[in-house]
Ligand binder design. Structure first.
Ligand SMILES: CC(C)(COP(=O)(O)OP(=O)(O)OC[C@H]1O[C@@H](n2cnc3c(N)ncnc32)[C@H](O)[C@@H]1OP(=O)(O)O)[C@@H](O)C(=O)NCCC(=O)NCCS
Length: 181
């Protein structure tokens, strides 16, 4: 089911900024695909070639055009730290994703992005926003909790060649605001 509202091109979240991915962001995508933590804990394809990384920027723009996905680069000032995004799902509950380059971690950027994207979705008519963490990803679990999500179930999902256990988290409009940073 497509996202209910047109996604913003930018979101200012305190000292962090989300900017919709552009073709120029392919090197960021490639750098994330070469980070061991990103590969361990996400569905990111490993070690993207230049062409594949460029193609993923093109696909992200196409999917946004169909209201299926909005992926952003995540900035603090003039420094790009990683990506975050929101995607539609078959059951209508949008899902968040985020990944930081190592030097972008430990600043609260992923928490701000998750809080900001879920605030945006809940303010635009979505009753519930979700995210999934691979079991054991304690840093991402901490992000989810700080952004106002709570775990509701475990499930299995395919990550490349393996089935992995996931935690499914939600934040609902009825939960009220996310905790203050
Ligand atoms: C998961 C991931 C995004 C978490 O990154 P992170 O830096 O721990 O998360 P945040 O950007 O929210 O920063 C939180 C850290 O900044 C600190 N911080 C500083 N200022 C902060 C603020 N204003 N608000 C929140 N946290 C703040 C927190 O104390 C925390 O540090 P700590 O772990 O030492 O306590 C990162 O580890 C990553 O990219 N991993 C690989 C990809 C991945 O797992 N993606 C998620 C898939 S579900």
């Amino acid at each position: 089911m497509p996202l209910l509202a047109p996604t913003p091109d930018t979101l200012q979240l305190g000292r962090f900024t989300l900017r919709i991915l552009t073709p120029a962001d392919w090197r960021l995508e490639q750098a994330l695909s070469r980070d061991d933590d990103v590969i361990r804990w996400t569905l990111f394809p490993p070690d993207l070639s230049d062409d594949r990384a460029r193609y993923r920027m093109h696909r992200a723009a196409e999917a946004r055009g169909e209201s299926l996905l909005a992926r952003y680069s995540l900035w603090e000032g003039e420094e790009v730290l990683g990506t975050a995004g929101i995607s539609s799902t078959a059951d209508g509950t949008p899902e968040l994703m985020y990944a930081l380059l190592p030097f972008g971690r430990g600043r609260g950027a992923a928490t701000a992005a998750s809080r900001g994207l879920s605030d945006w979705a809940l303010a635009n008519g979505v009753p519930e926003v979700a995210l999934r963490t691979i079991y054991g990803n304690s840093l991402s679990e901490a992000v989810a909790r700080r952004a106002g999500f709570h775990p509701v179930r475990t499930e299995q999902q395919r990550q490349r060649d393996a089935l992995v256990k996931m935690l499914y988290w939600v934040r609902s409009a009825s939960d009220g605001p996310a905790p203050l940073p």
